[in-house]
Design a protein around this ligand. Sequence first.
Ligand SMILES: [Zn+2]
Length: 86
Amino acid sequence: MASSAACAGFFFFDAEPLGKPSVATLHACALCAKRLERGSDIFMYRGDTPFCSEDCRHAQMQLDAVRARRAAAGRRQHVLVGNGRF
Ligand SMILES: [Zn+2]
């Protein structure tokens, strides 16, 4: 049960657009979509991505790090496969 919930969460993260958030999303946490009320603490990341808490921002940083590492690894793998085959 817990694992399926985690999967749903990751699907949600993957569904998030990588581009700039729209004006509307600036009023909600970019990670958990919690509404950011005026006057409440907002944790900004990358200049224009708001989060409701340090935890959410940190989680997004880790997701970005994983994504960047995966992208770099994928590029490297491509090169290795290319060198091995040709
Ligand atoms: Zn949040």
